[in-house]
Design a protein around this ligand. Structure first.
Ligand SMILES: *Cc1c(COP(=O)(O)O)cnc(C)c1O
Ligand SMILES: [Zn+2]
Length: 414
């Protein structure tokens, strides 16, 4: 990899050779961060080169990705998700300009596909035939799908609370699924022990430093889809913290390669019922484990796995932290559906809920330009969607009953 220099420990600064199967720092156990040669990257690619490419997937940014030149693109089409300017929603929220990046349209329905495609590419480089992870649900289903497409076996650990839609995906993709009667934290620990024992390729959040590099492609796309002109703010829903760390890495990469000339500020959005990282950002006191008390299962992470990269990202960007209640999350599901035709799962719309809250509380000004990311598809968790939107009119097939029902609803039909 001519574009990669090393993997640097974010705790002790040790530099490690970037082999495909590295996990944490061999000296202190700290998380690793992939370090690039931006001079080399800038000599190889310009904004114009990128714009002319016809590979409409995350692999269009190969110069920025930690893969060998001869590593093939992974089979599923991950990335290049739609990017919508949403003036109606901007008006409702009282924001000058707003865009939504819909990462729920990825092949398995979440932004996690970006990390899982990267994990599959690196597992192939490592000549592994089995990959494992623990996950609140989306990392699992995305790994299962991307691995199935590439012909790799998977062992996947999920907490038993994972929504049916996500578990159904796992079963369809042929994963070996272990549903753990415990919290995400307990699930994670069991998976780590099993991975150690059987030597599977490790796709656990944060532990594998390449995952963030896959996730950062969402920012490379946002920048490109904006013509490489940066917005003031980008809002991200936060659980383990890998996504927001990846979002920041992507923007910084482009900045360091001279492709963009300013950086946006991050809005870190967590559920009020599980917000350890935002609590540190808001109070300055070191984060403490919290209960996983929210309907937004994908970000119900009481013990975040990537706290340092996530906190650094928000602080470096001069970002802000916003917590939203489950009610506000359900409200954002309705609002996105009704003003934009977009359908996100609870954690998927938490970023958007945070934009609304940040505007209401004056944390961001009315003349701001803002990007929100929908990180997961609403069909993954239909129970909460029904909770957000209610039940339909339900009647026997009879015109009289239809008229009565319309009357009751107050529909004013001629
Ligand atoms: C995983 C996930 C997140 C948060 O990502 P982290 O890396 O855990 O912070 C947000 N939304 C959805 C839909 C997710 O699946
Ligand atoms: Zn270290």
């Amino acid at each position: 990899m001519k574009n990669v220099i090393s993997a640097v420990c974010i705790k002790c600064g040790a530099e490690v050779a970037p082999t495909p199967d590295i996990t944490v720092c061999p000296h202190c156990g700290g998380l690793l961060d992939i370090k690039y040669d931006y001079k080399y990257i800038a000599s190889k690619v310009t904004a114009k080169d990128i714009s002319e490419r016809r590979d409409y997937s995350m692999w269009r940014y190969r110069e920025f990705l930690p893969v060998e030149e001869n590593t093939p693109n992974t089979p599923l089409r991950v990335g290049w998700s739609p990017f919508y300017e949403v003036p109606k929603l901007a008006e409702v929220l009282g924001i000058k300009q707003l865009w939504i990046k819909d990462d729920g349209i990825n092949p398995t329905g979440s932004l996690k596909d970006r990390a899982s495609a990267m994990a599959v590419a690196k597992a192939m480089e490592a000549k592994a035939d089995t990959i494992a992870c623990s996950s609140t649900g989306n990392a699992a289903s995305s790994l299962a799908g991307n691995a199935a497409a590439a012909g790799l076996k998977t062992y996947i650990f999920v907490p038993s609370r994972a929504p049916k839609g996500k578990v159904a995906q796992l079963m369809i993709f042929g994963a070996n699924v272990i549903s753990v009667e415990g919290s995400y934290e307990e699930t994670f620990r069991l998976s780590a022990e099993a991975i150690d024992r059987w030597g599977w390729y490790n796709r656990n959040a944060a532990i594998n430093p390449y995952l963030v590099e896959g996730k950062k492609t969402v920012s490379l796309e946002i920048a490109e889809q904006l013509g490489f002109r940066m917005p003031d703010y980008v809002a991200v829903s936060v659980g383990d913290g890998c996504t927001i760390a990846g979002v920041w890495k992507g923007f910084k990469d482009l900045y360091q390669a001279g492709i963009i000339d300013r950086l946006p500020r991050l809005i870190s959005v967590q559920a009020a019922g599980c917000c350890p990282l935002n609590t540190e950002l808001q109070t300055g006191k070191p984060w403490q484990p919290m209960e996983e008390n929210t309907i937004a299962d994908s970000i119900a992470v009481g013990v975040p796995r990537n706290p340092d990269k996530a906190l650094n990202a928000v602080r470096e960007s001069n970002g802000i932290a916003v917590n939203v209640t489950d009610e506000e999350i359900l409200g954002a599901m309705r609002l996105l559906g009704r003003t934009c035709g977009l359908f996100g799962e609870p954690a998927g719309v938490t970023g958007a809920a945070g934009i609304k809250k940040a505007r209401q509380t004056g944390l961001i000004p009315a003349d701001a330009t803002v990007v929100g990311i929908i990180s997961g598809n609403g069909l993954k968790d239909v129970n909460n969607a029904i909770k957000a939107a209610g039940e339909p009119i339900s009647i026997a097939p009879d015109m009289k009953l239809l008229l009565e029902a319309f009357d009751k609803k107050g529909f004013n039909l001629k």
